[in-house]
Design a binder for this molecule. Sequence first.
Ligand code: B1M
Length: 208
Amino acid sequence: MAVHEGIFNAIIKGKRKDVGTLVQEQVNAGAKPDELLNESMIPAMREVGERFSRNEVYVPEMLIAARAMAAGLVIIEPLLTAKGIEPKGKVAIGTVKGDLHDIGKNLVVMMLKGAGYEVVDLGVDCPNEKYEEAVKNGAQVLLLSALLTTTMPAMKEVVDYLRSKGLQPKIIIGGAPVTQEYANEIGAQGYGRDANDAVKVVERVLAA
Ligand code: B1M
């Protein structure tokens, strides 16, 4: 499937109702939800970011676009997540302290649920103690998301904090500015390039 121009443009313009209607129409017409997501919706958010970098749009427009994206995700999510099967494992995910971006994290949640994992969503701006609690409540893998270069150091803080408490969960990091090199540097067990990759990395670290 090629980019659906209507959905792409409606997200960029922040037309929440139109996004909901168009995504539902496409789903009803038999479009694959993952193709709508990867070929029209995610590229629209990327385009918003590029326009922000060029000072063509500002924070309010980014926020409105994010809300419009969310209106489409509500329709896509139940189609991508598996239900009624025994979980493969328990994982927890949060966007790190100081960071409010949650669209990427929410996609990772969706893909992990779809792959059969029990997922505890710790939300955004997540303090170290919340990660600690999740591990104490049985999360085998912790996933940390960061979208800002300024919040990447909070990932290292989580790793150091948990080690200082004697906890050794497997930790996977991800988000636009994050790299495999950074994961190695802070002692995380894995790096997920995108939401699909995050699932593969969870599988790999759990099997190790
Ligand atoms: Co912000 N923002 N933002 N923003 N925002 C970016 C990230 C930015 C790149 C825009 C730009 O300059 N071009 C820039 C960061 C620059 C940098 O640090 N390198 C930026 C900035 C500067 C800011 C503010 C500082 C702006 C300001 O106030 N002056 C501010 C910070 C607020 C804060 O967090 N404390 C801010 C605010 C916001 C909004 C609140 C307005 C809104 C977020 C709303 C929300 O999330 N609910 C927003 C948005 C929408 C964006 C852009 C436009 C879109 C982000 C997004 O949702 N992308 C973004 C530009 C861009 O990304 N190109 C931008 C779509 C999403 C699907 O992709 O999140 O990358 P992404 O997730 C991907 C992968 O990264 C990966 O999987 C996903 C895809 O499959 N992934 C993981 C993510 N987490 C993962 C975890 C994993 C594995 C994979 O395992 C652990």
